[in-house]
Design a protein around this ligand. Structure first.
Ligand code: 5GP
Ligand code: MN
Length: 332
């Protein structure tokens, strides 16, 4: 993969640009897509931004969200646009398979592919990019990209709001170790450009339905197991559990973090029964590498302290398997 600066000539004149992100996008995925979308439109490009799947409710306020395509709902239109595009950007993922149903089309596309991402171990297939695992978020990388292009002055309130959303959500509101001086400098710059950070925090975190709040109560009461001997907590959610509470897309977001609020718990896992697979989310505090854990045991990956994976066993088998691994490796 070549340096991002080598891709600048491609963007000199007006181009048809296709932007996408990972399946089940989060705040950083959508924040980085929309920030880059607004920036490239300002630069005179014809831009299409595509989410591989539907957006969570708590991001529906974001500037430009109505411009996004959902590949699962509009795949034919999206594939036509992809075929006619000149350049492809992949944001907040580094392996085409993370886009799920778009994997083959992206891998086979012949346009130059630019990756802007902060996950570990980028897969081959990208032509240009910035792959920086030390960065808090892809949004911070988009900010650096815009600055490298010499366009800091084009960052307006809309772009600021999108960038802030991704940085805020990926850093757990600036508390995770990936939050650096550069992260705070970026936010200081966005504030000077008129960012309303309270508004964004409220949109993302104080916009729950009563049903979602009650679901959280149920999950913590009934669905969380704590293993003090392994410094670990586990939440398991079957489809039946979620049906009973009318769980909407995005309502399970953040659940995996709760066990880490317990003293001495350093490793938290959420196992969710999805219609097509069993999904696992892992979070840790300190020096337990959940990216490695996920790669070794659950066909996944991600970051040192936040990762995800999947299992093709049944829901119950996956839980049993996970507990067996826990007792074998004895995380401390
Ligand atoms: P989440 O638990 O929120 O789905 O994911 C946590 C982090 O791990 C995110 O940064 C996400 O992009 C990454 N991640 C989740 N699932 C996978 C996976 O299957 N493979 C890889 N490489 N990364 C994943
Ligand atoms: Mn991210």
């Amino acid at each position: 993969m070549r340096a991002i600066q080598d891709a600048f000539p491609l963007l000199q004149s007006s181009k048809k640009i296709f932007i996408t992100t990972h399946h089940k996008p989060d705040g950083d995925a959508i924040g980085s897509m929309l920030a880059l979308y607004h920036y490239l439109v300002k630069k005179g490009h014809d831009v299409t931004a595509v989410s591989p799947s539907e957006l969570p409710e708590f991001l529906m306020w974001m500037p430009g969200v109505n411009m996004l395509y959902n590949f699962e709902a509009e795949s034919k239109v999206v594939l036509d646009i992809l075929a006619q595009s000149d350049v492809i950007f992949g944001l907040d993922f580094n392996d085409f398979s993370r886009t799920k149903h778009m994997t083959l089309q992206l891998a086979n596309a012949r346009q130059p592919k630019i990756m802007l991402d902060h996950h570990l171990f980028p897969a081959p297939g990208w032509d240009y990019g910035m792959s920086i695992p030390e960065k808090s978020s892809t949004c911070e990388i988009i900010y650096d990209f815009i600055n490298l292009c010499g366009d800091n002055s084009l960052i307006d309130q809309e772009i600021s709001a999108c960038l802030y959303t991704g940085v805020m959500t990926d850093t757990g509101s600036f508390r995770f170790p990936v939050t650096s001086a550069a992260t705070h400098s970026m936010v200081a710059d966005l504030k000077q450009k008129g960012l309303d950070h309270t508004h964004i925090h409220e949109e993302v975190y104080d916009s729950w339905s009563a049903a979602r709040m009650r679901f959280l109560g149920y999950v913590l009461m009934e669905k969380m197991e704590v293993f003090p001997q392994y410094n670990a907590g586990l939440i398991t959610l079957s489809r039946k559990d979620m049906k009973g509470y009318d769980v909407q897309s995005g309502d399970t977001e953040g659940l995996v973090n709760y066990p880490l609020n317990i003293a001495n718990i350093k490793f938290a896992t959420l196992i969710t029964e999805r219609p097509d697979e069993i999904k696992l989310s892992f979070r840790s505090k300190g020096d337990f590498d959940v990216s490695k854990f996920s790669r070794e045991h659950f066909n996944g990956g991600g970051h040192f302290n936040a990762s995800g994976g999947r299992s093709s066993e049944t829901f119950i088998q996956t839980i049993t398997h996970f507990k067996k691994i826990l007792s074998d490796i004895h995380p401390q």
